[in-house]
Design a protein around this ligand. Structure first.
Ligand code: ARG
Length: 459
């Protein structure tokens, strides 16, 4: 009979189906390097506190490094019988370091161990994700500078609204990604407390030094309540939530680009390298990558719902339910990282169809608001100016004319207040350059914002 590490009080061997059902090694082996880091810090502390000898500490660390090498080089054999990554590593360590190895679990439990591993994992993985988002932001700045003269309509209700700089539109996403980065940073800042030493949930009678392990592992401080330490998974939720919002922003970006890529909009061309064809319709060039990102957003939302539901109603403190926190966390971070990276590349391949866009800018009376503003600036109450402009638009529709192609005589039929300076207000370019209010779309503003964003990125 193979003895379980916890097998002292058991008479019968675990049922083989129960064993494979409870095993999490296929998933949590992703934590191995963090588990080993945690164990090294732990035994260094145990030795400093004279709970184990320094010879034992050295043996353990040597053994742990061997285990790491074996896993790195894919020589390590993971066993379902050993349940999870913690016991797989401990078991192998005991073989390598003998009795010293069997002391590694002094003054700790898998409950504080797994929470520590998860936090270390999140810190590491989100830093890669954060870098990818910053890289995407750099690409957005580059494209905004390159297309600083391109004017497109923006939409409300998917109806043409007003002219804006294409760069202004792109920079709207820069702002969203800035908030996403802030959210990641806040998540890390909030979870920057080390659970190691909370043990099973009540702390320990050994004279451990939690401040020491916290520092060794790069945590700001130690967690303050041992029960909370082993039952808290807020940081998992925070992380998946941060991923969810990032995915939502990407998905909205994708949605617009997919629309813009259609013949109906025809605003952009996506590079051949980032599109795919149809198996039946030879003419097709599909924006599949963007569609997949939109689709994968739902997977990350699923991860969020999964962890939120897991924790709702869970009694304090540790329950095995919590083992199921890993799949959604790993999946959310991986999906989001993959999506940001491939999006960035696809985005770089996009070019604006400037000629087509410019030709269509006279569709949709995009400067009607500018005309109403003109009247209001000449002392017509805005509500009346709005109504009057509405009448002018209706007239244009009937006559199949654009606003700026009307003659002054035609315009004056609606109001004698209108003078020939009106044409300084109702052309597309003038409309854009007039939006100088803070945060508005004038080129001067957008250029200033680009300078500001570059400064933020260089920090
Ligand atoms: N594999 C477990 C998990 O991921 C580790 C903690 C196990 N603790 C326990 N008391 N069974 O949650």
């Amino acid at each position: 009979m193979t003895k379980k590490m916890w097998g002292g009080r058991f008479e019968n061997e675990t049922n083989i189906d129960a064993e494979s059902f409870t095993s999490s090694i296929d998933t949590d082996k992703a934590l191995y390097s963090f588990d080993i880091l945690g164990s090294i810090a732990h035994v260094e502390m145990l030795s400093k506190q004279k709970i184990i000898s320094s010879i034992e500490k050295n043996k353990i660390i040597k053994g742990l490094k061997k285990v790491k090498d074996e896993i790195d080089s894919e020589k390590f054999i993971f066993s379902h019988k050993l349940e999870d990554i913690h016991m797989n590593i401990e078991h192998s360590l005991a073989k390598k370091a003998g009795n010293a190895g069997k002391k590694v679990h002094t003054a700790r439990s898998r409950n504080d161990q797994v929470a520590t591993d998860m936090k270390l994992y999140i810190k590491h993985e989100t830093s890669g994700l954060r870098d990818s988002v910053v890289n995407l932001q750099r690409n957005i700045i580059k494209k905004s500078e390159k297309n600083i003269n391109v004017i497109i309509p923006f939409y409300t209700h998917l109806q043409r609204a007003q002219p804006i700089l294409a760069s202004h539109y792109l920079l709207a996403f820069f702002e969203m990604f800035l908030r996403d980065i802030e959210r990641i940073d806040q998540t890390i800042d909030r979870m920057d407390q080390n659970p190691l030493g909370a043990c099973a949930g009540s702390g320990t009678s050994f004279n451990i030094d939690r401040a020491y392990t916290s520092k060794k592992l790069g945590f700001k401080e130690a967690t303050r309540n041992s029960i909370d330490s082993v039952s808290d998974r807020d940081y998992v939720i925070d992380t998946i939530y941060s991923c969810s919002l990032l995915m939502m922003h990407l998905s909205r970006f994708c949605e617009d680009l997919i629309n813009w890529n259609s013949s109906e909009f025809n605003f952009i061309k996506i590079g051949d390298e980032f599109t795919t064809g149809s198996s039946i319709m030879p003419q097709k060039k599909n924006p599949d990558i963007l569609e997949l990102i939109r689709g994968k957003c739902s997977l990350v939302y699923g991860n969020l719902i999964s962890i939120m539901t897991n924790l709702k109603g869970l009694p304090l403190s540790y329950n095995r339910d919590l083992q199921e926190d890993k799949a959604p966390l790993f999946s959310a971070i991986k999906t989001t990282s993959d999506c940001v990276q491939i999006f960035s590349k696809t985005f770089n391949s996009i070019e604006f169809n400037t000629k087509h866009i410019a030709e269509k800018m006279n569709v949709g009376f995009l400067t009607a608001t500018d005309l109403a503003d003109y009247l209001a600036k000449n002392n017509v109450p805005f509500r009346e100016a709005h109504h009057m402009t509405g009448n002018i638009v209706a007239y244009c529709e009937k006559k199949k004319k654009t606003l700026d192609s009307l003659s002054l005589v035609e315009l004056q039929k609606f109001s004698k207040i209108i003078q020939k300076d009106v044409f300084n207000y109702i052309t597309i370019e003038k409309s854009v350059s007039s939006k100088t209010s803070f945060g508005g779309t004038s080129k001067a503003n957008v250029k200033k914002m680009i300078t500001k964003y570059k400064k933020i990125l260089s920090k």
